[in-house]
Each structure stands twice: as C-alpha cells, then as structure tokens.
Design a protein around this ligand. Structure first.
Ligand SMILES: Cc1ncc(COP(=O)(O)O)c(C=O)c1O
Length: 438
C-alpha cells in the first residue's frame, strides 16, 4: 500500500518537498513525514507503471471500467481533459445547461461551440433529470461531437444514464458524464464513454481527489491521458494519491448508514413547514419554499443556533451532504434543530418563479474581443463578456456572448437579496458587469 511505503520511506531526502519531512523542525500538525515526490520506486502519475498503476487498476476493478485515471485536481481537471480529448476547434458540444462551469470552460478552451439541452425545473425550483426524448429531438437538428450531462446533480437528481448513452451511441456520439456527485455509485462508470467523479464529495477522500473512467471505442483513453498530462500538475501530492487508494479500499458500513438515514428521513418527513426532498442517498435537501424562512436564512440559523454547517444554501432550499462516515449522533442533532426551527415558522404558499430562460446568444465566447465595464442596471441589451453563476452549484446564469436581459438582472438581484453567493468572472457584481464592445 502507498501509505506504508510513504511511512517507511527513510532515505536521506536530497529532493523535494522542501520541508524534508522534518517534523522535528516543523512539528507534526501537518503530515510532512508522509509527503514525497517522484523518487525511485514511487512511480509517476503521468506514466504510471508501479504503485500508482496499482491504484488505477483498483479503481478499474471497483468501478468496472476499461480505463481509470487518478485526478488530483478534482473533477474539474477530468472534465477539461475529457472535453479537450474529444473536441476540436469549431466542433459542437451538446451540454446540459445545468452543467458546472468547468464544462463551459472546457468548451471555451477547446474553441468549440456549445449547444444546450435545458432540463425542466420541478415544482421546487430544482432541475429535473434529462429528458431522453427531448435529447433525441435535439439530435435531429444538432450533430455534436460530444454530449455532456451531469448526474447526479448537486441536489442529487439522477438521469437515465443508460438510456442517454444508448441513444447517443446510436448516433456514434460519445457521452461525458459529470458524476462529480456520484462517486458513491460503483455502477456509475459503465455506460458513458468518459465518467468523472469527485471522491472528495460523497466519499471519504481528501479534497481534490477524483477519478475519471474512459470506456469503449468512441473516445481514446490515450488521448485522454495526453490531455490530462497537459492540464494536471507534474508534482502531484502523494498524500492525495494515498487518500485515493485508501478511499478505494475503504469498506463502508452501508447498512448502518442506511438505517440511520432512514430514521432521519422518517422523522424529517413529519416537519410542518420545512419539507425534506429526497433525491439521492448522499444528500438531504430541505425545502423552505412553503415556510416563512428562505434557504440562506435556514443555513444561517442552523449555523448560529445549532453549530450545523450545510453544503449549500439556495433561495428556497439547503443541501446537506451525508455519508457513511458521518457521526450518527449528529443526525439526532440535525433532527432536533430542524424540528425546533420548523416549530417557529409559519406556512405560506410557494411561488415557483424560478424558470431557467437561456439568454439569447449573440456571439460565441471566443469571438469576444474588446470589453468594457458596464453598470449592471445599464447593461440590458448588451453582450455579456463574462460568466455569472451562483456558487455553489456553479451553474452559469449567463455565458460570455449572451445578451443581458431584464430577467437576468432580476435573477442576479433576487439571488443577492436572498443571500445567494452570486459570483462573476471579473467579480464586479452587483454593481458592474463586463460587456463586449465591437
Ligand atoms: C456538478 C459538478 N461538476 C464538477 C464539479 C467540480 O468538481 P471538483 O470540485 O472536484 O473539481 C463540481 C463542484 O462542485 C460540481 O458540482
């Protein structure tokens, strides 16, 4: 195991890392005594044939993939490498509009053109699964080089991956599945040509740990590795590699977790004003729309009064990540907090005013040349030269090249008013937005 190798390494280190594993001088607050670089016997992430290859083989075995790749820069780098390995300048990529911004960045880096499929929004304002029939309709008019979809979503909504891949493959089009939130499903890498998953989100691995799986003959695993090597650090942290190995070997007591989770869900289903939405085993979504509190207020209350921090707060819900690594005592604390908060709320009708209207496209992002700062209120009708998104989940509300509308400005202002963390590429919101000038 890599951990033992790191622990037992005792050569005199005239090599990186510069801390020289000297915990006598540095203290042992951080694991300096495990950190190392690619010295003899420690393999090389970019052309693995030793201990790192063994970890990749383990990932192949666990997820039953043809090829698995270790990622030490999150799902982000897998998405970038995946898109760049398939798509060339001028190609079209069909992406679900609720994809993470790394997908948009990848398409832009490739100099490709994005076309969109937009999942519907459910009664709670949350993106639904991809409609396979709608995808089929779209494929009558657009012939992309690649289809990119997200499943499960940040909230845990899952699409019919098998059906989508079968459909795409009937047109010889490969699918990149962003399963950043799906690493807890061992059968999740079997259908798509490229599947990317963050081990650090729903599995017990250090932040940045992720995997990519490449299957079949529509995409080239070799090309994927080449692109990954261009994008990923040449000095990967062995602590992250070690964490990926530990995670792949970790035996989770799923039964105990499922049991405790079921009890939590059962008790939360009795809330009067807050509503539990149960899309995925790794998440709890608490919907606030029928109550006198909004998502960000609920998050604040949980933090201030109960010391509970949630994963994400949106306008009308919060998302909590739960895993078998939870201390189950905390489920009782969460339950108590929700029951108490719920008791102090009043009910009100929910106005689902959240619709996702794709702003009209004027030019492709790479066609934008000169840019100017524009006061947000004066920007209607101008072309955005930057991305704007709520983080999390990092889904763009506008993409460079799209026309700024009244609705877009309303969405931004409404989000900010409701405490949602709205961000933009040039970080000037809510006062200013970067626009294109010709
Ligand atoms: C749907 C989705 N895809 C990709 C990413 C990027 O993953 P990572 O942070 O592991 O790079 C995220 C991050 O939140 C995400 O939510």
């Amino acid at each position: 195991m890599l951990y033992d190798k790191l622990k037992n390494y005792n050569r005199i280190p005239f090599h990186m890392p510069g801390h020289k594993r000297n915990i006598k001088k540095l203290g042992n607050k951080l694991p300096y005594d495990l950190d190392i670089t690619e010295v003899e016997d420690f393999d090389n992430l970019h052309s693995p044939n030793g201990i790192i290859k063994e970890i990749e083989d383990k990932a192949k075995e666990v997820y039953e993939s043809d090829n698995s790749f270790i990622l030490v820069n999150g799902s982000t780098v897998g998405i970038l490498a995946g898109v760049l390995s398939v798509v060339k300048r001028g190609d079209t990529v069909l992406i679900a509009r609720n994809c993470h911004k790394s997908v948009y960045n990848a398409v832009e880096l490739a100099g490709a053109n994005a076309e969109y499929i937009v999942p519907e929004i459910d009664e709670y304002g949350i993106f639904k699964a991809i409609d396979t029939d709608e995808l089929n309709n779209k494929l009558q008019s657009v012939r992309p080089k690649l289809i990119v979809i997200t499943s499960p979503t940040y909230e845990g909504v899952k699409s019919d991956i098998e059906g989508i891949c079968k459909l795409a493959h009937s047109y010889n089009i490969p699918v990149l599945l962003d399963a950043a939130h799906g690493a807890h499903y061992v059968d999740y890498a079997k259908d798509a040509d490229i599947t990317v998953m963050s081990l650090h989100k729903t599995m017990p691995a250090l932040t940045q740990c992720a995997l990519a799986h490449v299957n079949g003959s529509l995409v080239s695993a070799e090309e994927f590795r080449i692109k990954l090597s261009m994008l990923e650090t040449s000095s990967p942290s062995y602590l992250l590699l070690c964490s990926i190995e530990e995670c792949l070997n970790f035996k989770l007591d799923y039964w105990e977790f499922i049991n405790k989770r079921d009890q939590l869900v059962k008790n939360c289903n009795n809330l009067n004003n807050l509503k539990l939405l149960d899309y995925d085993i790794s998440k709890l979504v608490i919907f606030t729309g029928y109550s006198s509190i909004n998502g960000t207020e609920l998050a604040e209350k949980l933090r201030a009064d109960y010391n509970i921090e949630v994963e994400m707060a949106a306008k009308s819900y919060v998302v909590l990540i739960i895993t078998p690594c939870d201390n189950f005592v905390n489920y009782k604390k969460l339950e108590k907090a929700l029951i108490e908060i719920d008791g102090g709320l009043t009910s009100q009708p929910f106005e689902n005013d959240y619709s996702f209207i794709i702003p009209e496209r004027a030019v492709y992002p790479y066609e934008i040349d000169k840019k100017a700062e524009t006061v947000l209120d004066d920007s209607v009708g101008k072309i955005s030269a930057e991305y704007v998104w709520a983080y999390p989940p990092g889904i763009p509300l506008i993409v460079p090249g799209e026309i700024i509308s009244d609705e877009f400005i309303k969405t931004v202002k409404d989000g900010i008013k409701n405490g949602v963390n709205i961000q933009s590429t040039y970080s000037q919101l809510p006062e200013k937005i970067l626009t294109s000038i010709d």
